[in-house]
Design a protein around this ligand. Structure first.
Ligand SMILES: *[C@@H]1O[C@H](CO)[C@@H](O)[C@H](O)[C@H]1NC(C)=O
Length: 274
């Protein structure tokens, strides 16, 4: 892959994506610069419909203030402050310089867009979606359900909450969309609700990376329902133990021997029992 940078005398270029920097020291006829100053150049390519509609604005900034820029829509340099007027007027008379900047729309903006689109504009990373209650307090109080949508790209995402298939709009809040710094985003969408036993909550996420939306379900289970489940399981296990002991005693009683002694082979470790 080759990313084009502008190439001309007096040019210091750094290209990151579609941004380029041009250093063009203002001539003596522009302005006498003091000893210490900061001069910045910011080339910005604006793409409003792929590479169909491209505009280049190459900004020249003196001590943090933009003094003039080249605007490809106008095809010339435009002064922004009084300080930039002399430079803009002078540079607009230089036909080769104008031609060079006009050509950047094609050789720099469109070129770099095409070279980088596959891993930028077209980048798609599917989100990971999880649902969790934020507090497990008194079930009679309002609870917070959090739908965490993480590690996705690009930033456009639609997250909706449903309760028993009805969309919930009241009581929905969300954290600001966070840029993780590794070309992924995350967002957390909260639903303030009072879950009733048997309620089914669904968080639905739609994103450009997905063929169809991701849905994650959460079922309301009260504290008492949870403890009932626990006692149910406990009771079942206890029942099994009693059944086992009962069967053991039954066989032992009937044959005067432990079940494993049926064939006269005593379990070595259990001999003393008999
Ligand atoms: C974007 O460009 C395409 C051609 O690539 C064109 O068909 C479409 O109408 C343009 N869309 C807009 C909104 O201008």
């Amino acid at each position: 892959m080759r990313v084009t940078v502008p190439r001309n005398p007096g040019t210091v270029a750094g290209v990151v994506m579609a941004v380029f920097l041009v250093l063009r020291i203002p001539g003596a006829h522009c302005r006498d610069a003091p000893k210490n100053f900061v001069y910045q150049f910011k080339g910005m390519c604006y793409f409003t419909n792929g590479t169909e509609r491209v505009r280049l604005v190459a900004r020249q900034i003196y001590n943090k203030e933009e003094i003039l820029h080249f605007d490809s829509d106008l095809g010339k340099f435009v002064a922004v402050t009084e300080l930039g007027q002399v430079c803009a007027e002078t540079w607009n008379t230089q036909k080769d310089l104008l031609a060079e900047f006009r050509a950047y729309v094609e050789t720099l903006c469109r070129h770099n867009y095409k070279e980088t689109a596959s891993f930028t504009v077209q980048r798609r990373v599917e989100p990971t979606v999880t649902v969790s209650p934020a507090s497990t307090e008194d079930p009679n109080h309002h609870n917070l359900l959090v739908c965490s949508v993480t590690n996705f790209y690009p930033r456009q995402v639609k997250v909706k909450w449903f309760r028993n298939q009805q969309e919930e709009t009241a009581g929905v809040g969300f954290t600001p969309l966070t840029q993780n710094g590794d070309w992924t985003y995350q967002i957390h969408v909260m639903l303030e609700t009072k879950p009733q036993l048997g309620d089914v909550y669904v968080c639905r996420v739609d994103h450009p990376s997905l063929q169809s939306p991701i849905t994650v379900e959460w079922r309301a289970q009260s504290e008492s329902a949870q403890s009932k489940t626990r006692s149910g399981i406990g009771g079942f296990v206890l029942g099994l133990i009693f059944l086992g002991v009962g069967l053991f005693v039954h066989f032992w009683d009937k044959r005067g021997k432990a079940p494993w002694e049926k064939k006269g082979k005593a379990g070595a470790g259990l001999k003393s029992l008999c």
